[in-house]
Design a binder for this molecule. Structure first.
Ligand code: PGA
Length: 251
């Protein structure tokens, strides 16, 4: 009932020319894919180009960040409305790299989730524990705090408009993936928390929860076989058209 969603997070890789070369190679590779939503998240400078090149295909385009105000004196920031006009439909919010290097907090992440929804973008809310937190048995506490903080004030009626990405920080860019069982355990917890948060299990059941952290063509199938894993947020393995296409075609 939940359509799988596979998103490629290119982080600060690829110029517009490199993004163009990727899309030209990638489009024919996924032309036959009908049952998976595909999202590409290039850098801001390539968003318009990638949106133009993928128009009319089943590939959607995500920004890697969005500002929480609609406009104003916020040097260096980009609003949801600007992104929409560039052809963007999704926004990654609260990625661990932004929390770690750019001081994003649950409160600012919450403002961004609200701004994305208000601006007609699908937020992909990222959360996940660090290695120290996992080793201290804090995983559940941390993801609960991030989920409740990130979604504060978001009603159950918005459930179908948002996506959650569970990304254990220790698995990002390390080649060390959570086992399918480890990921499923947290995904099931997140879904239960969503049900409790909204007092609405049906709303919780409609939310797609992606796994992220060293997803690759070799492990995607076993991750996707878990009942509460609805897709992937892929970094490194999304940078090459053939490996990302293999992930998209995990079935
Ligand atoms: P990775 O990155 O696939 O390179 O681990 C995932 C992410 O940061 O979204």
């Amino acid at each position: 009932m939940r359509t799988p969603l596979i998103a490629g997070n290119w982080k600060m890789y690829k110029t517009a020319a490199e993004a163009t070369a990727f899309v030209r190679a990638f489009l024919p590779m996924v032309a036959g894919v009908a049952d998976v939503e595909i999202v590409l998240a290039p850098a801001f400078t390539s968003l318009g180009t990638v949106a133009m090149l993928t128009a009319g295909s089943r590939i959607a385009v995500a920004a890697q960040n969005v500002h929480f105000e609609t406009e104003g004196a916020f040097t260096g920031e980009v609003s949801a409305r600007m992104l929409r006009e560039a052809g963007v439909t999704h926004a990654i919010v609260g990625h661990s790299e932004r929390r770690q290097y750019f001081a994003e907090t649950d409160a600012s992440v919450n403002l961004k989730v609200k701004a994305a929804l208000a601006g007609g973008l699908t937020p992909i809310l990222c959360l996940g524990e660090t290695l120290a937190e996992r080793e201290a048995d804090q995983t559940f506490t941390v993801v609960e705090r991030q989920l409740r903080g990130g979604l504060a004030g978001i009603p159950a009626t918005d459930a179908g408009l948002l996506v959650i990405a569970y990304e254990p920080v220790w698995a990002i860019g390390t080649g060390r993936t959570a086992t399918p069982e480890q990921a499923q355990e947290v995904h099931a917890l997140l879904r239960a928390l969503l049900g409790a948060f909204w007092h609405d299990d049906a709303a919780a059941a409609s939310v797609r929860i992606l796994y992220g952290g060293s997803v690759n063509p070799g492990n995607v199938k076993s991750l996707m076989s878990q009942p509460d894993i609805d897709g992937g947020l892929v970094g490194g393995a999304s940078l090459k058209p053939d490996s990302f296409a293999e992930i998209v075609k995990f079935r």
